[in-house]
Ligand binder design. Sequence first.
Ligand code: PLP
Length: 396
Amino acid sequence: MTSPAQRVAYLDNAATTPLRPEVAEAMAPFGSARFGNPSGSHSLARDARLALEEAREVVAEALGAAPAEVVFTSGGTEADNLAILGTLGAQGPVESGGAVVCSAVEHAAVLEPCRAAAKGLARVNGVPPIEVREAPVDADGAVVVDALEELLGPEVLLVSVMLANNEVGTLQPLDEVAAVVRKHAPRAVLHTDAVQAAGWLDVAECALSADLVSVSAHKLGGPKGTGALVVRAPVAIEPILYGGGQERERRSGTHDVAGAVGLATALRAGGAGRESEGARVRDLRDRLADGLLKSLDCASESADRARVLPGHCHLRFAGVEQEELLMLLDQDGVAAAGGAACASGALEPSHVLRAMGVPPDEARSAVRFSLGHATTVEDVDHALAVVPGAVSRLLG
Ligand code: PLP
């Protein structure tokens, strides 16, 4: 552990980002004076409803949707689960042979509900067992569209391909995927998990070809526990949470007004300086990657830099154990990650690297440095000062 006074270069922005100051400011009144429940009818409630609907308009515009197409959720995980289980639930009883197609590098929030549905465990609305088909990716982690095309057919109910990968940052060819889905799987709803991409790309443009789009506020300078699913008309989904039906019967639960305002403010702030911020962070990422590749012979990049998000720097250090390196880096004030942040830690080799064809021992030497809106050149230079020494110590 680092001591509280020690400098910490936070390079784990793909796991979560610090709150943007303007987001904290915009949210503050909803934790105090403007605390009303937007489903009520008195003036405090109406005030909250106004703020919620204003936030919805901003989120809708940022995501290229109509306000009525935005469903507020408790984050990216719920948005993904709602997309998958909600779509399957809305299909009604499927005679037999229904299938879901997703890329092999989807986040667990997509893969697990697909697998649960396949096992018949997802009994929401009587979802019947379905087959899950995983499309392979190339060595950079991008889905192979020709191979995905082979998995399509009239029995496919849902296709889910993320906009950009959370571990290596690779952008996915969503428009090409959409073209083959529309051609060969006319029944399929197309979902994209834009949770990582939304901090960097114009989702309104990049995810236009998808019917369902998931985002999460805490990956883009907003609060944790808030996200949204775009459900483009006329696509229908069944809820996975039942209750008061607050989100036009697609999701129940008292609205998190502060969270919705935080998501809207974060999306607006990110959109305002997107190009210059992307270029700034890309330069910092290149400085970090180039510096480490130059000083460490054992270092290599996991994916072609031209194909990944600006903030992702995913490196492998041959002969080094990821867990040991991350511990040393933490002691020296560098916060990085082994891959996806998940409850179990990163002891299993990542499914993303496995799908990219990386052998398990190499996969265990991988570290993800992810930069974000608050990353400075000092952070990068601190990492450049610390990482080579830590790696050398481990290599003995
Ligand atoms: N999808 C992707 C690609 C992610 O990176 C994450 C978070 O790591 C999620 C979904 C889950 O989002 P949340 O943390 O808001 O539940």
